[in-house]
Ligand binder design. Structure first.
Ligand code: ARG
Length: 465
């Protein structure tokens, strides 16, 4: 009698003298979360079966039966009629059991030269690869939406902040493009991680390889992997590729969270720089006047859980001796959680970017407070020959005088300004305007509207690639 699916139920029953307790069954089972891998599991099994047949390890007839059975299983899963059994522990054994029910011995031959260890490692790689491809598209659509916003506001002036204090005038377009850059690096990180994800573990079997004359390159080609994993112990045991993906996901959320923090501040009535469309906000059950920016707040909060997923995976891996250990079954929930959270968040943010209304008057009023053009005045004096440190001091004294007089630098008379430096002439007022200030920062990476438009064209070129 074969051990596979003996009449006692479990795949390994023949070796055991008593059944597993119900609590242990529940504790060790993963089917209720790893059934999400069903479609990639079938894809991997079909590639494996095709290779077994091509190598003469199973017959063409068995291969045809496996294909027939898997097609039916796929449609049962899609229809929601597939019966997932806790007793069968995980997605792999559930599918294999059903295959055997449907096609008999051919189903029992599928696992030749394979272990669940290399099988699950393959499934996760296929899953992460497709998640990366989805996330890259979503990141690019968010970048596109933010670039549209930047284009509408290439000339809209707002205060730029350091230490949350008004620092220098910038354009809202320039501010949006900062996030476009961040999300651009997130795209690169995802694409880079994909290279290390896209290698085939199958063939490693349990840990040492298999005695059958397999063709791993063939399976790799069928599944679209760039290469095979070159060490069987490494192939079945390491999850660094998933950790790397989660690290890239954590950085995406870190950028989302920074942006969320700004959206929340900007939407506060005390600031009033933007409004966010009603469909992304909620009200209060007690305060009738409230409109809360729930989506950015929640995204800021969800960033914490994605960091938690990453920490969980790193910790899961750190104490494991080679090769496979059951600990690795715990890789799935944090990984899936990261995928779900990042995907949903990016989807909502790409949509929400189009629902942001900018309030240029409020931004302008804020930029006129806090002496945002003080650096421009210092630069003006330097251009007239004053050393920068002396210019800095002269302007600092002028700012103090403005503070006392409760006026802006641009509102001081020329005579009064000349008290701080005789180098000041009536050409100074052009320099002290907000428009003059931003237009003067006219180099690659600067906030001048001309540069913002050039940066938009550059990003559009990347997005079209
Ligand atoms: N459900 C298992 C996992 O997620 C599949 C591999 C089980 N292998 C084993 N030897 N118990 O890792």
């Amino acid at each position: 009698m074969t051990a596979q699916f003996s009449n006692k139920g479990e795949a390994w029953s023949a070796r055991f003298s008593e059944p597993v307790s119900d609590l242990v069954k529940r504790y060790t089972a993963s089917v209720f979360f790893d059934k999400r891998l069903a479609m990639v599991d079938i894809e991997g099994s079909l590639a494996h079966a095709e290779m077994l047949a091509a190598q003469g390890i199973i017959s063409a007839a068995d291969h045809a039966e496996i294909e027939r059975g898997m097609a039916q299983i796929k449609s049962e899963i899609e229809a929601g009629s597939f019966e997932w059994l806790l007793d069968l522990e995980d997605v792999h054994l559930n599918i294999e059991k059903r295959l055997t029910e449907l096609v008999g011995d051919a189903g029992k031959r599928l696992h030749t030269g394979r272990s669940r260890n290399d099988q699950v490692a393959t499934d996760i790689r296929l899953y992460v690869r497709s998640a990366i491809d989805d996330i890259v598209l979503l990141l690019q659509s968010l970048r596109g939406a933010l670039t549209d916003l930047a284009e509408q506001h290439a000339d809209t002036i707002m205060p730029g902040f350091t230490h949350m204090q008004v620092a220098q005038p910038i354009t809202f377009g320039h501010h949006m493009l900062a996030y476009v850059e961040m999300f651009g690096r997130d795209v690169e990180r995802m694409q880079d991680a994909r290279k290390r994800v896209n290698r085939l573990p199958l063939g490693a079997a349990a840990l040492a390889g298999t005695t059958f004359p397999i063709d791993r390159e063939r399976v790799a080609r069928t599944l679209g992997f760039d290469d095979v994993c070159h060490n069987s112990l490494d192939a079945v045991s390491d999850r660094d590729f998933a950790i790397e993906f989660c690290a890239a996901g954590a950085l995406v959320m870190m950028h989302i969270s920074r942006m969320s923090e700004e959206l929340v501040i900007w939407m506060s009535p005390r600031v009033g720089f933007i409004d966010i469309a009603d469909r992304f906000c909620t009200g209060s059950s007690i305060m009738p006047q409230k409109k809360n920016p729930d989506v950015p707040e929640l995204a800021r909060g969800k960033t914490g859980r994605v960091y938690g997923d990453l920490m969980g995976l790193l910790t899961l891996m750190k104490g494991q001796p080679l090769a496979y250990n059951k600990d690795n079954q715990e890789d799935k929930e944090p990984l899936f959680d990261t995928v779900d959270t990042v995907v949903d968040t990016l989807r909502i943010f790409a949509d929400m970017a189009g629902g942001i209304t900018v309030k240029p008057e409020a931004m302008r009023a804020a930029a006129l407070q806090g002496y945002a053009t003080a650096t421009d005045l210092a630069d003006y004096l330097v251009k007239k020959g004053l050393p920068f440190r002396d210019a800095h001091e002269a302007v600092a004294r002028a700012v103090r005088a403005c503070d006392d007089a409760k006026c802006d630098l641009s509102e001081m008379s020329l005579e009064r300004l000349r008290d701080f430096s005789p180098l000041i002439g009536d050409d100074v007022f052009a320099v002290l305007t907000l428009e003059g200030s931003v237009a003067a920062r006219d180099h690659v990476g600067g906030t001048a509207p001309r540069q913002v438009r050039a940066a938009i064209a550059r990003v559009r070129g990347q997005l079209a690639d």
